[in-house]
Design a protein around this ligand. Structure first.
Ligand code: CUA
Length: 316
C-alpha cells in the first residue's frame, strides 16, 4: 500500500483509506506525463514556427521531406507503450478498488431523496451517519428507493452511482479514526446539494459498543430524538432551523404560526398539520414553495414523527 498523506495536498483531500495512495499515484503519473508532453509539444511548435518561418516567396512548397522510418516508429511506439502502462496500472487499481476483500464488514446503504440510511448486520439503522470501525475493510451494498444518486467520499477516493432496482458496491479500509464527508454526486433534485452524510471512523472497541447501544432510539426525550432525526432523515437538506430560506420553509417559529397555502387558504401549524405535512406533503403546500417534498410514509415510525414535532416546537 502506498504511504498515507493524512492532511492532503494543494490539489487533493486527505488520503484516509488504504486505496487513496494508489489512486493518487496513478493520477499523478498521468497528470505529470501530460504536463511534460504539453510543455514539450508547445515548445516544439513555437520553435519550429520561428525557425522555419517563410522568409521569401522562393521558399514556398520546396520541402523534400517524404518519409522517416525512425521518427515515425518513435512517435508510434513511445505513446503506445505509455498508453499500455496507463491501462495496466489503471486496471489493477480499478480491480483493487472494485473487489472487496472476503472478510469485509458489510453495511447496506439506502439512498432516497435526500438522505442516506445505513443498515448494519444487527438490524440497526443509522441515518445520516455511517459509523465504521478503523482498520477493517468495509463493503457498502447500495441501492436507491427513488432515483439515481451517487455515493462519494473524496477522502477515501471512492465513488459509485446508487441506482434504484439494483445493487452497486464500493469498499474501503480507513486505518485511522476520524470524520469524513459524504456527498451525493449525481444531480437528483432540489435537495441534491444538501444530500450529505458523514463517515465516522471509530476505534473498533468503541464501534462495537456504539453498535450495541446507540443506534436504537430508546429512552431519549422526544425533542432530542427529533433533533437527531432532523439531520439523520435528511430534513436539514431543505429546512433550516435558523430562519434561512432553503428549498422548503424554515422550522424556526413554525409551530403555531399561520401558514398561507398555495391554494390561497390559511391553516394553523399545529401537531396535525405537521404530521400530515410529513406523511402527505402534497396535501397542503405552503405558498411560494415548490411542491417537492417526498413523503415519509412508512419511513418514519409514529414515535419518530412525535419526536420531530416536539423538536419543531422547541424552535421558537
Ligand atoms: Cu441524491 Cu444528488
Amino acid at each position: 500500500m502506498a504511504s498515507e498523506n493524512a492532511s492532503g495536498s494543494f490539489w487533493m483531500p486527505p488520503q484516509a483509506s488504504t486505496i487513496a495512495g494508489d489512486v493518487d499515484a496513478l493520477f499523478d503519473f498521468i497528470y505529470y506525463l501530460n504536463v511534460f508532453f504539453f510543455v514539450a509539444i508547445t515548445a516544439a511548435v513555437i520553435y519550429f514556427a520561428v525557425r522555419y518561418r517563410r522568409r521569401s516567396d522562393e521558399q514556398l512548397a520546396t520541402s523534400q521531406v517524404g518519409h522517416n522510418t525512425l521518427i515515425e516508429s518513435a512517435w508510434t511506439f513511445i505513446p503506445l507503450i505509455l498508453v499500455i502502462v496507463m491501462f495496466v496500472w489503471g486496471f489493477r487499481v480499478f480491480l483493487d478498488q472494485s473487489v472487496a476483500p472476503d472478510d469485509a464488514y458489510e453495511v447496506k446503504v439506502t439512498a432516497s431523496a435526500y438522505k442516506w440510511d445505513f443498515t448494519y448486520d444487527t438490524g440497526a439503522v443509522s441515518g445520516g451517519d455511517l459509523i465504521v470501525p478503523a482498520g477493517r475493510p468495509i463493503k457498502l451494498v447500495m441501492t436507491s428507493t427513488d432515483l439515481l444518486h451517487s455515493f462519494f467520499v473524496p477522502d477515501f477516493r471512492i465513488k459509485s452511482d446508487v441506482v434504484p432496482g439494483r445493487y452497486t458496491t464500493v469498499w474501503f479500509n480507513a486505518p485511522q479514526p476520524g470524520e469524513h464527508q459524504v456527498f451525493c454526486t449525481e444531480y437528483c433534485g432540489v435537495g441534491h446539494s444538501g444530500m450529505l452524510a458523514k463517515v465516522t471512523v471509530l476505534p473498533p472497541a468503541e464501534f462495537e459498543e456504539k453498535l450495541q447501544k446507540d443506534f436504537i432510539d430508546g429512552d431519549i426525550p422526544p425533542a432530542e430524538m427529533g433533533k437527531k432525526l432532523y439531520t439523520q432523515s435528511g430534513c436539514m437538506a431543505c429546512h433550516s432551523i435558523d430562519g434561512t430560506r432553503l428549498v422548503g420553509p424554515t422550522w424556526k417559529g413554525l409551530f403555531g404560526s399561520e401558514r398561507k397555502l398555495a391554494d390561497g387558504s390559511t391553516v394553523k401549524a399545529d401537531e396535525n398539520y405537521l404530521r400530515e405535512s410529513i406523511l402527505q406533503p402534497m396535501v397542503k403546500v405552503v405558498e411560494s414553495y415548490p411542491p417537492s417534498m417526498p413523503s415519509y410514509q412508512g419511513q418514519l415510525k409514529d414515535i419518530q414523527i412525535d419526536g420531530l414535532i416536539e423538536y419543531i416546537k422547541t424552535l421558537k
